[in-house]
Design a protein around this ligand. Structure first.
Ligand code: CA
Length: 368
């Protein structure tokens, strides 16, 4: 009996030693979690979108699935639609204080917390999706974004891109800048500030409230995303004219945000999985919008008799001038906005010079 116990202890000691050795060997290969192979993490991810809303809402669902598969079930992420755990526009606070470990939203909703956040969704007459991704990941944007969110105990990550959006839904034609005067329009971020300068009244509302607000006349007009998403909300039932292009959001990037304290508790391999899955979803969402938008537009026009309209060229030129004024003013408000704008502006000038010879020249050559 005593011998058996001793033998058992010896085996246990040996196993423990082997386990430690195996763990440290794997750790040097970047698999720190093998030190504790059974440890699992259960995270909550809150979003600003209806559960499973096309693109915006399915993006975080895909993220959760990818993380589950890549981590072999060691990191489980439960995705909540807007209002299920916290309201759409309280995602930032919820993740900051740790109510949820992650969030998925758009940075421009947080301009009241920190004005420079607006630059990390989209800038009127700014960057398209391809250019935005370049600035964020290779042009210094991500480092600035991390610096901006650090005081809130948050880590930002790219969370998808809609591409160039549509200009919005109106119940009257926009033939001159005068037609924007007095217009109450749902248009968040810097685009909203430009509308205000044109004499309109910008409103920020979560997506799920747009249809009712427009139908009841609480707002006169709204922008949302593009045909794929606007069709899903049925906005064509509340407005007749659908304007293009979305000068105010030429390549809107969504965001994942991670509570910094929670992220620090993850072993290195799970941290890498979170980063990699976000990057994959970022590109995947753009691919989905690119493939599906025009089918949805055809349905809007042919089945629902939506009147498609282009913003007149002189209206766009005036809005572009107003945008430049708004950006300069926002940048002068605080040092961080100044710093972000300087980086954004320098990058934009550089990328525009090259893209005028390549992307733009090609699109011009291709068009009929
Ligand atoms: Ca939008």
């Amino acid at each position: 009996m005593k011998l058996k116990l001793l033998a058992g202890l010896a085996i246990l000691t040996l196993l423990t030693a082997c386990g430690e050795k195996a763990g440290s060997t794997h750790a040097t290969q970047g698999q720190a979690a093998s030190q504790d192979p059974v440890k699992t993490y259960n995270w909550k991810l809150v979003t600003s979108w209806p559960k499973n809303f096309p693109g915006l809402g399915t993006g975080p669902e895909k993220f959760a699935k990818l993380v589950d598969e890549m981590s072999a079930g060691r990191l489980k992420v439960k995705v909540y639609g807007a209002g299920q755990l916290v309201p759409a526009l309280e995602v930032f606070d919820a993740v900051s204080r740790g109510t949820a470990q992650m969030g998925h939203s758009g940075a421009y909703y947080w301009k009241g917390k920190t004005p420079a956040a607006q630059f990390f969704t989209s800038v009127p007459f700014g960057l398209n999706a391809q250019e935005m991704h370049g600035w964020i990941h290779y042009g210094g944007g991500m480092e600035l974004w991390q610096e901006l969110y650090a005081p809130f105990n948050l880590i930002p990550l790219a969370g998808g891109n809609t591409g160039v959006q549509m200009g919005g839904w109106f119940n009257k034609e926009i033939n001159s800048l005068e037609d924007l005067k007095g217009l109450k329009m749902r248009i968040p971020g810097l685009g909203g500030e430009v509308l205000e300068r044109a004499g309109g009244t910008p409103v920020t509302l979560p997506g799920a409230e747009l249809f009712t607000a427009l139908q009841t006349g609480a707002i006169d007009a709204t922008e949302w995303v593009g045909p794929y998403n606007d069709l899903a909300f049925g906005l064509y039932k509340a407005a007749k004219y659908y304007y293009y292009p979305g000068w105010h959001e030429p390549g809107s990037m969504l965001e994942f945000m991670v509570n910094k304290t929670a992220f620090a508790t993850l072993p290195a391999d799970l941290q890498a999985i979170v980063r990699t899955a976000s990057r994959a979803v970022n590109q995947d969402m753009l691919d989905e919008y690119t493939a599906r938008n025009n089918h949805a537009l055809i349905e809007l026009v042919e089945k629902h008799s939506v009147q498609l309209r282009a913003y007149p060229q002189d209206v766009l030129l005036k809005l572009r001038d107003l945008s430049a004024e708004v950006l300069a003013d926002v940048a002068s408000e605080d040092p961080m906005s100044q710093k972000v704008y300087a980086s954004f502006k320098a990058y934009k000038e550089n990328v525009m010079a090259y893209h005028s010879l390549t992307e733009q020249a090609f699109l011009n050559a291709r068009s009929r």
